[in-house]
Design a protein around this ligand. Structure first.
Ligand SMILES: NC(=O)c1ccc[n+]([C@@H]2O[C@H](COP(=O)([O-])OP(=O)(O)OC[C@H]3O[C@@H](n4cnc5c(N)ncnc54)[C@H](O)[C@@H]3O)[C@@H](O)[C@H]2O)c1
Length: 335
């Protein structure tokens, strides 16, 4: 069995998940981990990563490393992607590539010119329930897709420091739903109409952002998608979708914390929703990195590419313009 040698950059919330998944793969060796803070470094060291540093050159100067997993803060992604292209290393990068569309375009151009393999971290595509909807559509079981409904609500808003640097709701949160819409529909978006308001915390509005949104997408084949977002759902993380086609409909439900049901004189009670992305998408994160490793080992194309990262950013940019101008915006206006 050939072993893929990997370096990982960024040992925060998402980096810890990726590191754990990589360490569980018998055909992967995590050679090095990089994080500026001692806490992140200590975390990797305790898990047995042999080379740990605050300097990413331990990865880029190591010719034995085949691939790099980038899970550091968004503003560091492009620097590391470019270093990977220069040192001939395959890349797995968390979303988004960057908050500036121009920078994303420039970076993806470099990736394409250097033919560096890049997989983007749109983990939700690997959720077994969502991928079953995709499979059903692909197999023709739902007929032709007419409309799609995506509901994506976080349990609670992130801290204000995060909100201020997040790039706004559409680039930070809805970006996953934009990608999911393209993935499920198997078609490109041509128009975006976004409405959004500040309904949860006035501080979010004061920071120039929204916390509640409804976005309508029109695809090139005239199918439509409606995305509903909220930064605060009191019953937990709410992630569902419904695909409606000429031959039928498929709907996903939220997996709950437990499958137990409690019956008493007032009726039936079920468990709460999952807390957030860490528990809700545990399996998706594992399958996502497995797909990355398998594609590299088998010399196959990645299931999620730089183009997907770029297209999702175009939609986010159009959604911001639509929100600001109060009208539907064609994607050609931002591309
Ligand atoms: N796909 C998903 O579901 C998902 C979920 C959460 C976050 N993300 C993305 O993952 C990235 C990280 O988010 P997070 O929530 O883990 O943030 P986080 O703040 O918990 O972790 C970021 C880590 O990067 C480290 N870091 C900062 N600057 C660095 C640098 N120059 N070099 C190396 N490491 C550096 C920080 O010390 C920290 O450990 C973001 O791009 C975010 O959008 C994706």
């Amino acid at each position: 069995m050939t072993v893929l040698k990997v370096g990982i950059i960024g040992i925060g919330r998402i980096g810890k998940i990726h590191l754990g998944n990589l360490l569980n793969m018998p055909d992967v060796e995590v050679v090095a981990a990089v994080n500026p803070s001692k806490a992140g470094q200590e975390y990797a060291r305790k898990l047995g990563v042999p080379n740990v540093s605050d300097n990413a050159d331990i990865i880029f100067n190591n010719d034995a490393i085949d691939a790099v997993v980038i899970g550091s803060s968004t503003d560091t992604h492009t620097e590391y992607i470019k270093k990977c292209t220069a040192s001939n290393k395959a890349i797995f990068c968390e979303k988004p590539v960057d908050l500036s569309l121009a920078v994303v375009k420039e970076t993806i151009d470099i990736v394409n010119t250097t033919k560096t393999p890049l997989m983007m971290g749109f983990n939700q595509r690997f959720d077994p329930n969502f991928s079953q909807v995709k499979k059903a559509l692909k197999a023709g079981e739902l007929g032709e897709l007419h409309s799609l409904h995506i509901i994506s609500r976080d349990p609670a808003p992130p801290p204000m420091d995060y909100i201020k640097t997040s790039g706004g709701l559409f680039k930070d949160m809805t970006i996953h739903d934009f990608d999911m819409a393209r993935f499920i529909a198997g078609a490109e978006v041509v128009e975006v109409f976004a409405k959004g308001h500040n309904r949860i915390d006035p501080a979010i509005g004061e920071a120039g952002d929204i916390d509640t949104a409804m976005v309508m997408l029109t695809f090139e084949n005239n199918a439509t998608a409606v995305i509903e977002n909220s930064r605060k759902s009191v019953y937990g993380y709410d992630q569902r979708l419904e695909a409606f086609g000429s031959k039928g409909m498929m709907r996903t439900e939220n997996p709950l914390k437990t499958v137990n049901q409690y019956y008493n004189e007032s009726g039936k009670q079920e468990s709460r929703n999952m807390d957030f992305f860490i528990d809700r998408y545990e399996e998706a994160y594992r399958l996502e990195l497995r797909a990355f490793v398998d594609a590299l080992k088998n010399n196959e194309a990645f299931p999620v590419t730089g183009k997907d990262g770029l297209e999702a950013m175009f939609i986010a940019e159009a959604a911001n313009k639509s929100l600001k101008e109060g009208r539907p915006v064609k994607l050609t206006e931002v591309n």
